[in-house]
Design a protein around this ligand. Sequence first.
Ligand code: HEC
Ligand code: HEC
Length: 454
Amino acid sequence: MRKGTRARRHEGTKGGRRRGVRVRWVLLLTAALVPVALATATEPAAVELTETDRRLLERHSPVPPLPPAPSNVVADDPAAAHLGQFLFFEQRFSANGEVSCATCHDPAQAFTDGRPRAQAIGDVPRHTITLLNTAHNRWFFWDGRRETLWSQALVPFEEPVEMGGSRLRIARVIAGDPALRAAYESVFGPAAILDDMASTVPLDARPVPGDAKHPHHVAWIAMSHADRDAVNRVFANVGKAIAAYERRLLSTQAPFDEFVAGVRAGDPERTAAIPPAAQRGWKLFAGRASCRLCHFGPLFTDGEFHSTGIGPEGGGPLNDPARYAGIPQVQASEFNARGAYSDARDGVKAKQVRSLRRSPEAWGQFKTPSLRNVARTPPYMHQGQLATLRDVVLHYSTLENAVLPDHHQEQLLVPLHLTDREIDDLVAFLESLSAADPAETLLKRPERPGLPKR
Ligand code: HEC
Ligand code: HEC
């Protein structure tokens, strides 16, 4: 049966309406002094695309402009983004003064750490996700436990195994650094809470749900309601500035996009931006391999959650409720889009939070990651269980050792029994989704927290 498929594909490369275009392409190559024999005999032919292929293709490129983020009024404010970039590299907010966001999201490694599971103050049980194009996401984290970029940024600061700090520590660092405070207040307005904060209160205070005796929790409860609210506001604003920076971390011009532009324009030179193997890989991805069922659209994700049968690191039964635990966390967060610190408490995001329902199927489901730049961010899956893209494709091909939750078989996954060449083709396609980094100036710590005065 597979033979038949290949035979049909072979025929497809000979006939069809795009033949004339390809003949002209060969002539073009000849004109460019490429020996005819090389162009016609050893150069594998480009893949023939049907009308349906082309329509599908066009739904996957280009990446559209970012959706607006009304819950964060400074989302597109340049001064906020500059401050956020400074804060992204700030180590003083962490418990040991050595960890920043960039420790795990290293700009030199496509904003990841290259490890299976992250490590900072302690061992993090999950794999670091790239920040390239992250602002396009609907949910954040592998379990989607936050729904806005700014509220996501607040989590690692207080996570004991990540940065181990607290919202009070952040406010105190800002209060004690005149340049940082000036930059903060020029974006968010005066914050009286930052006056005389340096010596009068403990260093760390934050709510610690489920541990009322924790010293950070005790210190938090001891503060007045008004002070807690004011510190929360500073904390939320720090998240909003960082989110404004993250919205600039776009990397969307991949060879694949050039290929699609070439197909649109009927320009064979541009379609040659990706090799024939990658073109065949696309057809498989969108066709028989059904990857597109979950990885669709310009970001190659449905933005939702699924079980792909990847068991926990080290083997054994599934032990991570993932999305099932993520949903109540979104709803409980005091920094969600419905809450007091949101700038659009009735916006789309707020409605999304309100209408969330948890079903038993959510147990053990992880977020479908975007596949843009995927070749730049090994290892793979929520605990970095798979080392290479080939390993990932092999997993989908055999579903060997797949561990699925008892209650629910993911209906979308069946073993694909891919041939070696098909596996290579899919990997070549995935590699064609790598794009350049954002501007150099966005990849390092700015000298000052404020924008230079003109
Ligand atoms: C100790 C390493 C570490 C540090 C420090 C860290 N992160 Fe992460 N980050 C991770 C890991 C691991 C995940 C995935 C965790 C999960 O899903 O549970 C993640 C997820 C994210 C995501 C979600 C991306 C997506 O597509 O869902 C964003 C955004 C992010 N981090 C931004 C930040 C920011 C901003 C900071 C600093 C305030 C930061 N991170 C600090 C390791 C880290
Ligand atoms: C049922 C939905 C679904 C289908 C179908 C599917 N994927 Fe995935 N994919 C996911 C989810 C969910 C994850 C994350 C799983 C995890 O971490 O446990 C993922 C992870 C990946 C990753 C790793 C990305 C990373 O950054 O870690 C790659 C690569 C990938 N898929 C490629 C493919 C290819 C190629 C196909 C087709 C052969 C495919 N997927 C089919 C849902 C799907």
